[in-house]
Design a protein. Structure first.
Length: 212
């Protein structure tokens, strides 16, 4: 998933970028409101984390323009901590509001909640969203076929469990499938080429399992 972090405090920007990248997000950064909007219009952004007091355009102005353009989650960061400030942020379109200073792990938890990250799962460095069927490896989005995605989902649900070809055929292709069972091997080979060779292990004469 793509996160845009906009803050004119460079140290804060670097810290947040590091934390979010560690969680598997693709991170875009901006140091002012104009730059944040430029990135927003040129990239697919799932969540914008905006500092309120930015040069160029402040966070509230940027938030309103983003919300008027497309459906995006916005989390506002600010050192302003009055009830009136929180009201202005939320009434301006922000989905959540976090006061500085804050604990980065708590911010990530709030971000995941906004993105309904429960539907997002991970296998090693591969992250995939069950609801949108989008897949990322080390932050880079992959192009998987419907069958490849279903294989990945099934392996995630049966971690470390060895699945035979017949089991995979039933779970992915359906119990009525009458084709060649070795189609499983072909699709797993193609899936490995995209997600990496080490996530799915071969158990010769038995089947396949995940490595974790």
């Amino acid at each position: 998933m793509n996160v845009l972090i906009a803050d004119d405090e460079l140290d804060m920007l670097r810290i947040l970028q590091s934390y979010f990248q560690r969680e598997g997000f693709t991170v875009f950064t901006a140091t002012n409101g104009v730059e944040a909007l430029d990135i927003f219009y040129h990239e697919k952004i799932d969540l914008a984390i905006l500092d309120w007091m930015m040069p160029g355009k402040n966070g509230i102005t940027v938030c309103r323009e983003m919300k008027e353009t497309q459906n995006i989650k916005v989390l506002m960061l600010t050192a302003r901590d009055t009830g009136e400030d929180e009201y202005l942020a939320l009434s301006g379109g922000a989905d959540d509001y976090v006061n500085k200073p804050f604990y980065p792990k708590v911010l990530i938890m709030r971000a995941k909640k906004l993105l309904q990250i429960e539907s997002v799962q991970r296998l090693n460095d591969v992250t995939f969203d069950i609801s949108s069927k989008r897949v990322w490896r080390a932050g880079t989005e992959l192009d998987l076929t419907k069958t490849e995605f279903e294989l990945l989902r099934i392996f995630s649900q049966h971690r470390r469990q060895i699945l035979t070809r017949d089991q995979l055929l039933d779970l992915v292709w359906g119990m009525d499938y009458m084709g060649d069972p070795r189609t499983v091997d072909t699709h797993i080979r193609r899936l490995r080429e995209k997600i990496g060779e080490d996530i799915i292990q071969t158990h010769r004469g038995v089947g396949y399992s995940t490595s974790e």
